[in-house]
Write a protein that binds this ligand. Structure first.
Ligand code: ZN
Length: 133
């Protein structure tokens, strides 16, 4: 059976995955102007600063947008369609994209409250996945 491709983070994105392994959702934030940088970037697009910190967030938010995937785009997804990919507006402001695990395509809705679970999929793979709050 085919395996899903694993996350392959950039140098700037690696801390996101390292914090997940510690059980924490952290998003990069500019220490100069306090704007979140998601996805992580070496330089702030708002003020040009190279300084940043990783801020712990609650994982709570609401669905801002979603996509229903009905055609398997990878051999490992043949038995997993349909599935939902959601863009969540986290309560603290930044958006995070991942899968919604416990809601079907007929029940998803913009504005639905969700919360993040940090899920150990085995073999060193830790994924941030959303479920209905
Ligand atoms: Zn900035």
């Amino acid at each position: 059976m085919a395996e899903l491709p694993r996350p392959n983070p950039s140098e700037e994105g690696q801390p996101f995955w390292d914090f997940l392994k510690e059980g924490e959702l952290r998003i990069q934030r500019c220490t100069s102007c306090a704007k979140f940088r998601q996805p992580p970037q070496p330089m702030c697009a708002d003020c040009g600063s190279f300084d940043a910190e990783w801020v712990r967030l609650s994982g709570k938010g609401t669905i801002h947008s979603y996509v229903i995937t009905r055609q398997p785009i990878h051999p490992a997804l043949v038995d997993r369609v349909p599935f939902l990919t959601v863009q969540v507006a986290l309560d603290e402001g930044p958006h995070l994209t991942s899968n919604l695990t416990d809601v079907g395509p007929d029940d998803v809705a913009i504005g639905m409250p969700v919360t993040l679970d940090i899920v150990d999929k085995g073999d060193g793979l830790i994924l941030p996945l959303f479920r209905r709050a």
